[in-house]
Structure formats: C-alpha cells, structure tokens
Design a protein around this ligand. Structure first.
Ligand code: PRP
Length: 178
C-alpha cells in the first residue's frame, strides 16, 4: 500500500507563468545571440520542453544524463554521467536547464566539467532552488521558485521514478515514519 500522499504545491497554470517569466528574461539577456540548451536528464525533460518553446532565439538542444540519487531520496554524493552531450560547445553560449537544485552537488560537479570544454559562457536555469540543504554553492542565474523543504514530484521530478508525468508539482507527505 502506498504510504504517502501528494499535496499540491504548484499548479499547471502557476508553472506556465514561471516558465513564461524565465523565458522572457532569457530572450532579453541573450538578444542577438544563439544558445545551446543542455537539459539534465531525467528531471529536466518537461521543463526544458516548455522553456525551449518560449525561447525566440536560435537554439540548439542537447541532454546529459547525470545521476547521484538512484532510487534513493538521499544523494550518494557521487555523480555519474550515464549519457553525455553529443554536440561541441566550444565558443558557444550554453544554458544548463535543471529541474531542481538541492545539495548543489550534481550541478557543481557538472559545471566544472562543462567549463573545461571551452564554451563562450555558461549559465544555469533552474526551475526550483531548494536551498535549505545546499552543501556546495552554485551560481543560479535564472530561478523559477525558491523553496526550503519538502520532497517534490511532478513536472519531471520523481519519487523512485514515479510521478514525473504529473502536470503540476506536489509534495510527498509520508503517512508513517519510514
Ligand atoms: C535530481 C535533479 C538534479 C539533482 C539535484 O536528479 O534532477 O539533477 O537531483 O540534486 P542535488 O542538488 O542534491 O545534487 P536525480 O539524480 O534524482 O536524477 P533524475 O533527474 O533522473 O531524477
């Protein structure tokens, strides 16, 4: 039996407004330039799809699959690339698209590796900045919402691979101690 419930945190409409606002800023900041969007799989796949369709600049899209949590809800602290980007980024403006930044370990680790490939610039767009458990400082250039706590699912985010397909974002509320 499922030992948790899902409490609504962000509706589909609220997410649309957040993504609209982020895309507006990105379109203004990169005016006259082209951009490579790098989505961090799996969590960012829906956010990137919505963001990319609101960007009016010339964009290319690629994905990297990073994992440190596996099926656990606690980071292992060890980040692995299980699928790398496939396009060269040297001399290009890169925008990393991430669904959620929690400890910061995943993003900090990847930023270092990406910068070593010689892009013209690298910025980060994160839908959710969950800052209370931050262990590594990472620069977040574009943030949808900042939030303290809660295990969030939906709109690409999972709990043991489930709930990524929900249109809104929900908080997992456990019904008994785990
Ligand atoms: C999630 C999320 C981020 C990372 C953030 O990915 O998509 O990439 O955790 O956590 P951190 O700031 O504590 O490092 P996860 O490893 O769960 O894989 P997923 O995207 O496939 O769900």
């Amino acid at each position: 039996m499922q030992d948790y419930e899902l409490a609504p945190r962000l509706t589909q409409e609220e997410l649309e407004s957040l993504v609209d606002a982020l895309a507006l800023r990105i379109n203004q900041d990169y005016e006259g330039k082209s951009l490579i969007l790098i989505g961090i799989l799996k969590g960012a796949f829906i956010f990137l799809a919505d963001l990319a369709r609101r960007i009016t600049l010339p964009v290319e899209v690629d994905f990297v699959r990073l994992t440190s949590y596996g099926k656990s809800d606690v980071t292992s602290g060890v980040v692995r690339i299980t699928k790398d980007i496939e396009m060269p980024i040297e001399g290009q403006h890169v925008l990393i698209v991430e669904d959620i930044v929690d400890t910061g370990i995943t993003l900090a680790w990847y930023l270092e590796r990406l910068k070593a490939r010689g892009p013209e610039s690298v910025r980060v767009c994160a839908l959710i900045d969950k800052y209370d458990k931050r262990q590594v400082e990472v620069p977040l250039d574009y943030v949808g919402i900042r939030t303290e706590s809660g295990f969030l699912v939906g709109y690409g985010l999972d709990f043991a691979e489930k709930h990524r397909n929900l249109r809104g974002i929900y908080e997992v509320q456990f019904l008994k101690s785990r």
